[in-house]
Design a protein around this ligand. Structure first.
Ligand code: ADP
Ligand code: 5GP
Length: 211
């Protein structure tokens, strides 16, 4: 059976561990998944590299990409623009990869509108206290930024019901496997296998007529 790639959106509170989870998923199953790299106007954090975590671009460049239709979606998040470049996603889906977009909720809902079969996953830590501890523990932001990310988390928590699955990132190892199983299970949904069903129906009729 031809394997068609699934478009997957992974959202979750900043600090919930999405980045860590994705890195682990990709390293365990490099042939199955492709992770889209977003463009952003935010400044790189220490250790981040242009073209690896994000394409770090100026506001001008970002606006040009919007104008040329080169982004599937974009959103403003805590004063910066973030967007998903179209070309890579379309290419990888064509190759049969499951393509993951790690984006926030406004973008997630826009993607589902333009790509109706999109699978929406929401990652959360086991508790609010744990979220704050992870944000502080990561040590990449000032207390001010952490506060605005906690505010944003309150807003985002209201949108969790729009997602297909809730992924609780408690133990990293088991969470990665859970994610993989959910996504791979999704391939068996009947609406994703219309071509197969059509073929087998036709073959059954043909076979029936042969005797
Ligand atoms: P996000 O990409 O969602 O903003 P990160 O992947 O940067 O989050 O994770 C935030 C912090 O939490 C990091 O310091 C990371 O090492 C830690 N972390 C991620 N997953 C877990 C986990 N399952 N248990 C404990 N700490 C975790
Ligand atoms: P961070 O600055 O912590 O890397 O990302 C902030 C938020 O922006 C996260 O919720 C992340 O998922 C989201 N994000 C990253 N890339 C994109 C994108 O291309 N589009 C949208 N809509 N959100 C994104």
């Amino acid at each position: 059976m031809d394997r068609k790639g699934i478009l997957i959106v992974v959202s979750g509170f900043s600090g919930s561990g999405k980045g860590t989870l994705m890195k682990e998923l990709l390293s365990r199953y490099p042939d199955t998944y492709a992770l889209s790299i977003s463009a952003t106007t935010r400044k790189p954090r220490e250790g981040e590299e242009d073209g690896r975590e994000y394409f770090f671009i100026s506001k001008d460049e970002f606006e040009k990409m919007i104008a040329k239709g080169e982004l599937i979606e974009y959103a403003k998040y805590v004063e910066n623009y973030y967007g998903t470049p179209r070309a890579y996603v379309e290419q990888k889906l064509k190759e049969g990869k499951d393509v993951i977009l790690e984006i926030e909720i406004q973008g997630a809902l826009k993607v589902r509108k333009s790509f109706p079969g999109t699978l929406l996953l929401f990652v959360t830590p086991p508790s609010a206290q744990e979220l704050k501890a992870r944000l502080v523990g990561r040590g990449t932001e000032t207390m001010d930024v952490i506060r605005s990310r906690m505010d944003r988390a309150c807003e985002e928590a209201e949108g969790m019901d729009s997602y297909d699955y809730l992924i609780v990132n408690d133990n990293l190892d088991s969470c990665v496997e859970e994610l993989h199983e959910i996504i791979q299970g999704e391939h068996h949904r009947s609406f994703r296998n219309k071509a197969f069903m059509k073929d087998i129906r036709e073959d059954l009729k043909r076979l029936k007529g042969e005797d």
